[in-house]
Write a protein that binds this ligand. Sequence first.
Ligand SMILES: NC(=[NH2+])NCCC[C@H](N)C(=O)O
Length: 420
Amino acid sequence: MMNPLDARIGVWSEAGRLRRALVCAPGLAHQRLTPNNCAQLLFDDVIWLQQARRDHFDFVAKMVDRGVDVLELPDLLADVMAMGHARDWVLDRKVTDDLVGTGLRLDLRAWLDELPAAELAEFLIGGVSYQDVPGDAGGDFLRALREFDPEGFVLPPLPNTMFMRDNTSWIFRGVTLNPMYWTARRQETLLTTAVYNFHPDFADEKYDVWLGDPDGVPRDHSAATLEGGDVMPIGRGIVLIGLSERTSHQAITKLAHRLFSAGAAERIIIAGLPKSRAAMHLDTVFTFCDYDVVTAYAPIVDAIVPFSLRPDDAAPSGVDIRREDKGLVPTLSEALGVDFRLITTAGDTYGVQREQWDDANNVVAIEPGVVIGYDRNVLTNTALRKAGVEVVTIDASELGRGRGGGRCMTCPILRDPLYS
Ligand SMILES: NC(=[NH2+])NCCC[C@H](N)C(=O)O
């Protein structure tokens, strides 16, 4: 097996040293958010873009200061859009009858074909509004659409790309290209897949695709949806996966088969979550901070039902599925042979709900015992500090409006193992 530390990609733990991560700065997509469309685009409010950008750059700087190589999706996508064959690959899949409509497809494609690479990348993430399409392109049809719906989009914006964790997820030496749950997010995966397929930072690397379509052709995955906020490759061959609003048992068992048959994992621990927006992903209520420290929102994590999946040639499905008789944290302690300390959201009955809602339990570990989290979660951050975790803070006021914290905003590409 390749020594993980010699590789340029691969994620071997949740809290080992983070070496490279992919993020996505807020941009044009967030300028399109209005009180009317934000809920449909999975934001709780409109945002002040300039401040969000400042806060994002502060977040990136704090990672860079700790030695993380931070890659920006908009930049990588711009590099990829400068390669003719890669641009065609994306536009062939994006500018289709189904996605932009037969009436607009040819005109839209002709315009996008000629755009400078960085501008095209910006539109692919930020969306193309009816107003953006210049001159007579789109003809009478687009003129009529503009009049009928001045705020309409030919290609909708993808503001949740900022939560880079979700559309793909690296598990050990491979990746899942995620079929996402909500329509508002499904187009994100194609852009990241294009970067993995064509950008020199990825294209020459060897890795497996555990789930999803490397050819990027939009396919109906039906009920088999998976999002990175639920996926935690914790190590020693164990992957923890939330069974949530977004991630279904259909996707988890499909992924389990693939990981088991490739010999890439030995056990999947499923954390069955209640379905609610406060717990849309496992990482909104539970993250790893150190070798033996996790943080969690107790009311939900206490109710988690853990199951284990293991390869089993004797079982008709090839997988042995067993409900654990303990809660999540004792199950993990036993599985890893580590006595985990659990630091729960701090505060009174009201305070714990507010801090959880502001992603107090959604921190990203930069190295064992050092995490980045939102500044406003004063009580939970203090509790983590008392447990010996260094909490580096970033401003939540704008970044937090889409309900995602440090973990949601980073997609680790290379992270060291933690449990040998
Ligand atoms: N890994 C996460 N918890 N991601 C949070 C994503 C938030 C985003 N607005 C959504 O609803 O999809």
